[in-house]
Design a protein around this ligand. Structure first.
Ligand SMILES: [Zn+2]
Length: 239
């Protein structure tokens, strides 16, 4: 194997490792995106439950307001009944009776509303309770998923680290100049920068390589480029 062929092998190997690093990086990104989406889902569910709880508190407060209004009215009835005992005229007596009757009617309306409110409160309480249970289940599975994501992410990061070390190890044997050229080509092309030529076809752009260049390629004596896509090309027998 010529020394130059070794250099090409290094380039190809480094390219393969870089591809693996890229894939691992993408996986890390995808994992952290999924984790963020989970965080958001939990936050949304928590907000929903707390807004329902706030609405329930509002209902309870409205109920207490009705309750105190009814109490005030009941006290007024007691007072009016006391006044009844002290009245002198029939007209006054009738007027107080009318007053008492009105307050009682009002209170009866309030009591009806309180009963309705109680039913609403009970169903809201049941709904909050079931939503809280649902949330607890969701949070439980969320924690498990987060742990799983974190473990996967850690593994991927470690693998990126190992791959970077591998890349450095392989690159150490390469001619630095060849990497300068590689970096140049990488800036110009999408995807792979070093591609094989098989049966005179560039595997980067799938165009035909001129016969002359194809013959030269097999000498493995210098870097050569595809005249169409400008990638670094090397000869590879049909495998
Ligand atoms: Zn090409």
């Amino acid at each position: 194997m010529s020394n130059f062929q070794e250099q090409i092998n290094i380039l190809v190997e480094v390219q393969g490792v870089e591809l693996e690093i890229h894939q691992a990086d993408r996986l890390v990104n995808a994992l952290s995106n999924e984790a963020a989406a989970l965080d958001q889902a939990v936050a949304e569910r928590e907000a929903m439950v707390s807004s329902e709880k706030a609405a329930l508190d509002g209902l309870r407060k409205a109920y207490r307001d009705l309750e105190s209004e009814a109490k005030v009215n009941a006290e007024m009835v007691v007072k009016s009944n006391e006044k009844l005992r002290a009245v002198k005229t029939n007209k006054e007596y009738q007027s107080i009776l009318k007053e008492i009757d009105e307050i009682r009617k009002k209170n009866s309306g309030i009591e009806d509303r309180m009963l309705e409110q109680l039913e609403t409160i009970e169903s809201a309480e049941a709904s909050v309770k079931s939503k809280e249970a649902e949330l607890a289940g969701f949070v439980q599975s969320y924690r498990e998923k987060k742990e799983m994501f974190a473990a996967k992410e850690k593994r991927e990061r470690q693998s990126v680290e190992a791959l970077n070390e591998k890349k450095a190890r392989i690159s150490a044997n390469a001619d630095p100049q060849i990497f300068t050229v590689l970096d140049d080509v990488k800036k110009k092309v999408r995807g792979l920068a070093v591609v094989p030529v098989q049966q005179a076809i560039c595997m980067g752009c799938h165009m035909n390589i001129p016969a002359q260049l194809f013959n030269e390629l097999q000498r493995f004596d210098e870097l050569r480029f595809c005249p169409h896509c400008h990638r670094i090309i090397y000869w590879k027998e049909q495998g």
